[in-house]
Design a protein around this ligand. Structure first.
Ligand SMILES: Nc1ncnc2c1ncn2[C@@H]1O[C@H](COP(=O)(O)OP(=O)(O)OP(=O)(O)O)[C@@H](O)[C@H]1O
Ligand SMILES: [Mg+2]
Length: 348
């Protein structure tokens, strides 16, 4: 198994600095998701690891040794892309064995490996079909089979599921995690989909504008985002400004709030608190602390969830409610902000 390490990696394209000093470690056998909005440098980072792009600065190491001098075809990397270009005129079997045939591998060994991989990707019996006779998910599994059949020391996946419909995408996610864990191939998986990253990854690196701004477990990133921008990107769209009255109490424009986590800022500091829409409860009466009055401004019904916009003074918040109750626009409610889900950042 291979450990991947990236040290202070920089890539400039003329004036554009696409990657600005990224440090990252992918432990042997783990799956790291690189998550970030369009244009933040995810693909450029993958291409440098694969050797398709030369870094402007920094180093890339496999098991502690630099690979910068090693050409792409010798790095033993498997790549899976969004557009999984299969050869249309070749059967599934021929597509999967292509890389091995290019290496001039013995025919019996090729057949053995292809049969093994077809079983792994659950496509036994599809060997003689052509890509046009497969569903999108099956085609993507052929693309993955073609990659793992070469026993890569590292797998790089660049938004491999974004061309699939929602249901298939979910199936393929669990397929990829199972496969990755079973084969133990160190994997870097690029996505701009937060949920995908959370479901797939052992650890997530969040990138903005060429910089890696946070690295941690899905739980860390989801519940303890490092700054309001990461919080917003992860769907914690509610930002409440205030100042710390004590280590566990926040004074805000709508009232005081108890905190469960002790912030690192000193008492009196101006801070921003964030809470996810699903962690705000709506009640008709006061029941305890961390509650304040608000007005329903908007209510949108989704299957099983009502998404509300509520207003308290100048503060506007998003709430996602799973209960069967319905509040109407114009109705007055009590908001309850679960203290264990309130997270505090320094203001700026
Ligand atoms: N060959 C190139 N020449 C010039 N600029 C480039 C080149 N490749 C990428 N860039 C720029 O570098 C930045 C990062 O691009 P990159 O493709 O790595 O983003 P990304 O995070 O993969 O985005 P997406 O989610 O849209 O795929 C962008 O501003 C892009 O325009
Ligand atoms: Mg990209």
């Amino acid at each position: 198994m291979t450990e991947l390490e990236i040290n202070n990696l920089v890539k400039r394209f003329g004036e554009v600095e696409a990657v600005k000093g990224v440090n990252l470690k992918v432990k042997a056998g783990s799956l790291v998701a690189l998550l970030g909005p369009s244009g933040c440098g995810k693909t450029t980072t993958l291409r440098m690891i694969a050797g398709l792009e030369q870094p402007s600065k920094g180093d890339i190491l496999f098991n502690g040794s630099s690979v910068l001098a090693i050409p792409p075809e010798k790095r033993n990397i498997g790549m899976v892309f969004q557009r999984y270009v299969l050869f249309p005129h070749m059967s599934v079997e021929k597509n999967v064995s292509f890389g091995l045939r290019m290496q001039g591998m013995d025919k019996a060994e090729i057949n053995r490996r292809v049969a093994e991989v077809m079983k792994i990707v659950q496509l036994e019996g599809f060997e003689k079909r052509f890509p046009s006779q497969l569903s999108g998910g099956q085609q993507q599994r052929v693309a993955i089979a073609r990659t793992v059949v070469t026993n890569p020391q590292l797998m790089l996946m660049d938004e491999p599921l974004s061309n699939l419909d929602a249901k298939l995408r979910e199936e393929m996610r669990s397929f990829i995690t199972d496969l990755q864990k079973r084969l133990g191939i160190t994997t870097l998986f690029v996505t701009h989909d937060q949920i995908e990253a959370i479901e797939l990854a052992d650890q997530i690196g969040v990138m903005f504008k060429g910089e890696l701004v946070q690295f941690g477990t899905p739980e860390d990133i989801f519940n303890r985002p490092i700054n309001p921008k990461v919080a917003d990107f992860m769907g914690a769209t509610n930002l409440i400004s205030g100042h710390l009255k004590s280590k566990t109490r926040l004074e805000t424009e709508v009232g005081s709030l108890d905190l469960a986590q002790q912030p690192s800022q000193v008492e009196g500091s101006k801070v921003i608190a964030t809470i996810r829409p699903e962690h705000i409860d709506l009640n008709t009466e006061t029941k305890g602390p961390n509650q304040f009055k608000a007005l329903i401004k908007e209510a949108v019904y989704y299957g099983g969830i009502v998404s509300y916009k509520v207003q308290s003074g100048l503060l506007s918040l998003n709430v996602k409610d799973r209960s069967t109750r319905r509040f109407k626009v114009g109705e007055e409610v009590m908001l309850e902000l679960a203290k264990e889900h309130l997270w505090v950042f320094p203001e700026n």
